[in-house]
Structure formats: structure tokens, C-alpha cells
Design a protein around this ligand. Structure first.
Ligand code: LMR
Length: 390
């Protein structure tokens, strides 16, 4: 049976970690997979998560099944984090999922049940894994223009003009903040324009909120989601605790669905549980229990918010440092105007290969870099390597 299968290329993002691990150069630099790193190059467990783990060890009394929707207290806490004051609206329901990927996948399955073979519009470019996650559910892709590689910025006019043609019933995937891969985000005014357009056209936004807190702040980064939720009859949000709680390997995320009324939202929630049952039955408990503990304890929550702020501030500083280090070989100021973990350097695929093969600098083939992989020990080498291939 397996002889019929064709060998596949390695994953364009996760495959970089294995290649980096094999590289014996002691000065190698990893700007590949999007994980936060400290100045020392580590990805430590957050202090607040360590406290929550100790507490969970003491208080957990059962490992029995939790059910298809996962931990309902976690779902409520995360719903409040995402939706703010709108979280108590009975039209919103949240399902715990195995990471943000799980949320995207069950969300795509829900769309396909509601509207088989529906069109989903994705930004050009979008996160590489959006395509398999959404496509495997049977959705059809259309693209809207987003990043202008020449100006190294969002081309909002082109985006707007394209979305103005999207018919009612189609779904538009939006990055809630910290666009992956380009780091160019919508301003609040641009979110307002998108909200009006969605209302006028009748398309349904599906928002990927994987980096809440890594852009301008935990509340600020939810501006777009909350505005659309306040304006529109329906939307979906895929959220992730991988980055802001540092729970990468615990696969902790959620899918929130807002329906036109309480009844339709309840039906969608029931469908989601049935979808989960058919794919993985129920999500893993550990990460969600930790998030619940942190968000329900006001002191821990404050400390967690400080930890997120520290990660955000460090990334912003690294953006400044990189732009300054490259200032004598071009205008890299656009990096300081972008948000979150990623930016494109604007290099060709051949230059990216050269950086990897000749300088042991690892980044995605599109020249997307994980800003958090930079530190004061590798910045000069990195800048030197980039200049050498430019
Ligand atoms: C990334 O974009 O690097 C991260 O979201 C990790 C992943 O799963 O691709």
C-alpha cells in the first residue's frame, strides 16, 4: 500500500529546525520557526506558567475525559480575552482546540458543512500552513492582494478594491494582528473600512489571532476582532496560546464562533463538537488548565501580562537594532514599522540559500525572518551575512 505514496518535500517552516540542528557551525543563526527566544537564545517556560503548573499538580483530582468542547472554564476565559466586553454576548461560543492549527481546521470543516466547497479568500501572502489546514476541509482558495514587496508595506487600496468584489457567503481570512509572514498590519482606520465592507458585501470574516499581545498590547491587538464582532452578524476567530502563553508544544488554542442569533450560534457550536469528535475526539487538557489558572487569578494574570509585555518590547527593540545594523546597505526602516515576530528581508530565494549554505543563517525561503531569533551576540554576524549576499 505505502509503495503508492510519493515522497514529499520537507515542511517549508518546520523543516528548517531539523536542518538547523544538523548544522555544526557554532555561529549558526536560527530565524526560522516562529518561536519566541530570549537574549540567551532560549524559549523558556513562562514564570506564570510554572506557577500554574505547580498549582495544577496540587489541585488536579482527575484525568477523566473533559468532552469534545474541552475545558469550558478555559473557553470562557479565552473568549473574554479575545472579545472583551462582547464576550458575554450569547451569540458567541468558544471551543477549545489542539492549538491554533486545530482551530483553523475545525473552523474550515464548519464552513464546509454550512456551505460545501465555499470560497475562502486569503491574503497574498499568507502563512504557508493556512493552505493545507483550510484546503484539506474542501474549501476553495481565492487571493486578495496584501503586501506590496516593492514598497515593503501593506497595499491597503489593492486589498480594499479586491474585497469590494467578494460576494455574500464567501469567507475572508484576516490576520488579527502581527501578520504572518509579512508583519504589516491594518491600522484601526483600515479595520473600520474592512468592517464596513464586510457589512456591505455580506462576506464572513475568519480571523486568525495567533499573536495577541505581540503587536501593540493584549487589548490593542484585539481591536479588529472586537470591531468586526460589534459590527457584523457572523464571524469566526481562531486563537492560539502558543506564543502569548509560550505553550507551543501543549497545543492549546480555541475556535470562537459568533452567529446571527443565540440559536444559530448554539447549532454551530454543536456542529463543531461533532467535527472535533470525528477528527481528534477532544483536545488535550494540560495547556488549557494552565491558561485557565493564569487568567482566573488576578495577580497571576497581571504578571502574565507583564511577561507578554516583556516579549513584545524585546521584539520591538530587536526590530530597531536590525534596521540600524543594516542602515548602511539600504533602507530597512520598514522593519521598525511592522509588528510581531515576522518580517520579510526582501531577499531572493537564491540569496536565502546562500545565507544558509555560506553563513549558516536560517530563514524561510521567502526571506521571512523570526525577529525574536536575533540577539546582541548574533546581530553583527547576521548583518554582515545579509550585506554579503545583497
Ligand atoms: C511559524 O509560522 O513559524 C509558526 O507559526 C510555527 C508553524 O507552525 O509554522
Amino acid at each position: 500500500m505505502f509503495e503508492q505514496l510519493k515522497a514529499l518535500p520537507t515542511d517549508p517552516i518546520l523543516g528548517l529546525s531539523a536542518a538547523f540542528a544538523r548544522d555544526e557551525n557554532p555561529d549558526k543563526i536560527d530565524l526560522g520557526v516562529g518561536v519566541y527566544k530570549t537574549e540567551a537564545g532560549d524559549t523558556p517556560v513562562l514564570d506564570t506558567i510554572k506557577v500554574a503548573e505547580a498549582r495544577l499538580l496540587q489541585t488536579e483530582t482527575s484525568k477523566s475525559y473533559q468532552g469534545m468542547a474541552g475545558n469550558m472554564a478555559f473557553n470562557q476565559a479565552l473568549q473574554a480575552l479575545i472579545f472583551g466586553d462582547l464576550a458575554t454576548d450569547s451569540r458567541v461560543n468558544t471551543l477549545q482546540t489542539p492549538g491554533g492549527c486545530g482551530a483553523l481546521r475545525v473552523g474550515a470543516e464548519l464552513i464546509n458543512r454550512a456551505r460545501p466547497g465555499a470560497n475562502i479568500w486569503v491574503s497574498s501572502p499568507t502563512w504557508a500552513n493556512h493552505i493545507p489546514l483550510l484546503g484539506s476541509a474542501g474549501l476553495k482558495f481565492k487571493e486578495y492582494p496584501y503586501y506590496d514587496a516593492g514598497r515593503r508595506a501593506l497595499d491597503f487600496d489593492a486589498m480594499y478594491n479586491c474585497l469590494a468584489q467578494v460576494p455574500a457567503g464567501d469567507v475572508v481570512l484576516l490576520h488579527g494582528c502581527c501578520h504572518n509572514p509579512c508583519g504589516a498590519d491594518l491600522s484601526n482606520e483600515q479595520w473600520q473600512a474592512v468592517a464596513s465592507l464586510a457589512e456591505q458585501q455580506g462576506f464572513t470574516p475568519f480571523i486568525d489571532l495567533a499573536y495577541q499581545g505581540f503587536g501593540d498590547g493584549i487589548e490593542q491587538d484585539a481591536y479588529g476582532v472586537r470591531l468586526l464582532a460589534a459590527t457584523l452578524p457572523e464571524l469566526m476567530v481562531a486563537s492560539s496560546c502558543s506564543k502569548n502563553f509560550g505553550l507551543y508544544r501543549e497545543r492549546t488554542g480555541a475556535l470562537s464562533v459568533m452567529g446571527t442569533n443565540t440559536a444559530s450560534s448554539g447549532v454551530a457550536f454543536g456542529q463543531l463538537q461533532n467535527i472535533a469528535r470525528g477528527i481528534y475526539s477532544m483536545p488535550p487538557a494540560h495547556g488549557a488548565s494552565l491558561v485557565q489558572i493564569v487568567l482566573e487569578d488576578s495577580q497571576l494574570r497581571r504578571q502574565w501580562s507583564d511577561e507578554v509585555a516583556a516579549m513584545r518590547t524585546r521584539i520591538k527593540q530587536l526590530r530597531q537594532d536590525l534596521a540600524a545594523a543594516l542602515a548602511d546597505c539600504g533602507d530597512f526602516d520598514f522593519i521598525t514599522r511592522q509588528r510581531g515576530m515576522f518580517s520579510f528581508l526582501g531577499l531572493s530565494e537564491a540569496q536565502v540559500v546562500k545565507l544558509r549554505e555560506e553563513h549558516s543563517v536560517y530563514m524561510v525561503g521567502s526571506s521571512r525572518i523570526n525577529i525574536a531569533g536575533i540577539n546582541s551576540a548574533n546581530l553583527a554576524n547576521l548583518a554582515g551575512a545579509i550585506k554579503a549576499v545583497l
